[in-house]
Design a protein around this ligand. Structure first.
Ligand SMILES: [Zn+2]
Length: 276
């Protein structure tokens, strides 16, 4: 079905070069703190560095919201909802590999498909309680997350109640109601649904999942953690910046140095990407 749509879009899209403009769309990552009273989670619209006294000294690293990340429970086991096309899952895994190469160690373990999709959850934080770290497509985005239609995706995570510097659960929810996720170099927008490069978006959301926060363009314009992402046909941001690599290593260190060599390339090479 998806393939057929893509072919139709290709035929119809040959004259639609004007759609080769990038949207500039924000991510909607949020952190999550367990209430000690067992009430519904407290939303924090910005990274919760300093959320607890124990987290203050190391939690203030620039660009890092979780000083310890998942170090206590690596690799992060994750699932993908079964409505995600296998080729899109591959793009997600490629993004995971990029982060792994940056630190020279495995960070993720893919456990396969998950029957539930985003629409099966009634509110934004509900998937944190389902016992798995999932990547969910949301075809009823606004209804189930309460987030604006324009938000591309959101990563939610939960810090350890005993150590606020470490992450114990996380999920990524993708707005598949209003966007198409795939390879933006080969696939096309369809009507009002704009194509978003899955590998580029996943790099950003996985950055949050691993413990990183937004980095402003003025600070590092090559960072995949810039708060907004260019979307649309031909728009990609698939390479970590030097700053991204430094920040992720500040959390996870370096495993096997021979694995990281391939990433020791200059940021200048990134200028070919469609990034301001
Ligand atoms: Zn973000």
């Amino acid at each position: 079905m998806k393939q057929r749509n893509l072919i139709l879009a290709y035929v119809a899209g040959t004259s639609a070069v004007s759609t080769l403009m990038g949207g500039f769309v924000a991510c909607g990552a949020q952190s999550y703190r367990i209430s000690v009273h067992g009430e519904a989670g407290e939303k924090v619209d910005r990274p919760n560095t300093g959320a607890s006294g124990a987290n203050v000294p190391s939690g203030r690293l620039p660009g890092v919201h979780s000083a310890s990340g998942w170090k206590r429970s690596l690799p992060v086991r994750f699932l993908t909802s079964e409505d995600i096309d296998p080729t899109v899952v591959k793009q997600l895994q490629t993004a995971m590999k990029s982060w792994e190469l940056a630190v020279g160690k495995p960070l993720f373990q893919y456990d396969g498909g998950e029957k539930r999709s985003g629409g099966d959850f009634r509110q934004l934080y509900e998937p944190l309680n389902d016992g798995v770290n999932g990547n969910y497509f949301d075809k009823s985005w606004f209804k189930s997350t309460g987030k604006s239609n324009s938000v591309l995706a959101t990563t939610i995570w939960e810090n350890s109640p005993r150590d606020a510097s470490s992450i114990v659960k996380a999920d990524i929810r993708y707005n598949s109601e209003f966007y198409i996720f795939g390879n933006s170099l080969e696939e096309f927008s369809e009507g009002k649904r704009t194509i978003v490069d899955m590998e580029s978006l996943a790099l950003h959301e996985l950055g949050h999942l691993l413990g990183l926060t937004h980095v402003n363009e003025t600070e590092d314009r090559f960072s995949v953690m810039n708060p907004s992402l260019f979307i649309g046909e031909g728009m990609i941001t698939r390479r970590l910046s030097k700053g991204d690599i430094t920040r992720i290593r500040s959390v996870y260190g370096i495993g096997d140095p021979t694995l990281v060599q391939t990433l020791e390339t200059a940021d200048e090479a990134d200028s070919g990407d469609n990034k301001l």
